[in-house]
Design a protein. Structure first.
Length: 301
């Protein structure tokens, strides 16, 4: 029993050292340490596990990952102007277009501001291969008023997370085998404590992998819909005279705004200058001379 405890303790120290190297150095070196430990402790894997273990690593410590292709996260926000009173109908048609391409309706919001022109936004998730075609069809539902799009390549991040996950799963198998061989309560508790930390890391990494898989498998499309006049600057003048009139009015408005700013800024200064002038005049105003009293004995005549 004492020899068994010493053996399990030695393996635990080796696995802990390998775990520290895994946390600090990424997935590749951790996988090698994780695989060497189970080979030393438990010998060859059972016949039912070779395919599963081969996905995590080989005796040389190399992590093998299946071909995953590029992982691209794409998003697009499109502004469309729709006919008056057709906001709800456009949302329904957009939902049908996305559903036909195996997409997902996420949600929508609508509002009627004080100007009485309804606005709305609807969000969809569509498979990456159908992104371009779906976006093209959705743009045809109204008058195109603008677009914002972004593309982010997360392939490197995804591969790194998958490598770390494979290495941590290899360490999990080590602790599970040690747990089967534990012969005392203290050994079981020691192995379970380390196993819980490893499984916590596995859950965290798996959550990140799932998120990247979802974001790179389904692209996000947001439609901003509004009836005529709701988008700023949508009404453009037509014709030479109309454009000249519009330019003149814009210039006059700008001049009026500038004059208003000048008045607001100069009025306090003018009041302060006037008050200062009044004070200075009051200080400099000559005072009347006091009457001189006649000397005693002097006569007037």
């Amino acid at each position: 029993m004492r020899a068994s405890r010493w053996g399990i303790g030695f393996v635990l120290v080796a696995v802990l050292v390998a775990g520290c190297g895994l946390a600090g150095g990424g997935g590749g070196s951790g996988s090698a340490a994780g695989e060497s430990a189970p080979n030393a402790v438990a010998g060859p894997a059972p016949a039912s596990q070779p395919a599963k273990d081969a996905a995590a690593g080989d005796p040389a410590g190399t992590v093998h990952l299946a071909a995953i292709g590029n992982r691209i996260v794409r998003t697009a926000t499109v502004d469309l102007e729709v006919a008056k009173g057709s906001l709800g109908d456009v949302v329904t048609r957009a939902t049908d277009i996305v559903a036909a391409r195996k997409g997902i309706y996420v949600g929508s919001t609508t509002s009627v501001p004080s100007d009485g022109r309804p606005r709305g936004a609807v969000t969809f998730r569509v498979p990456v291969p159908a992104f371009e075609g779906t976006l093209r069809e959705l743009k045809g539902l109204g008058t195109y008023r603008g677009e914002k799009s972004s593309t982010e390549d997360v392939t490197g991040q995804y591969i790194d997370l998958k490598g770390q996950l494979a290495a941590w799963r290899a360490q999990e198998r080590v602790y599970l085998r040690l747990l089967d061989r534990a012969r005392s309560i203290s050994d079981v508790i020691a192995v379970q404590n380390q196993l819980q930390q490893v499984q916590s890391n596995i859950e965290r990494l798996q959550g990140q992998v799932n998120y990247l898989e979802d974001q790179s498998s389904f692209s996000t499309i947001v439609l901003n819909l509004a009836e005529p006049g709701a988008f700023p600057g949508t009404a453009q003048p037509r014709g030479t005279f109309a454009k000249a009139w519009h330019t003149a009015l814009s210039g006059l408005t700008a001049m009026g705004a500038g004059a208003l700013v000048a008045v607001v800024w100069l009025t306090p200064l003018a009041l302060l200058a006037g008050l200062t002038l009044l004070v200075m005049r009051a200080v400099r105003r000559p005072r009347p001379a006091a009457p001189v009293a006649p000397e005693p004995g002097s006569t007037t005549g």
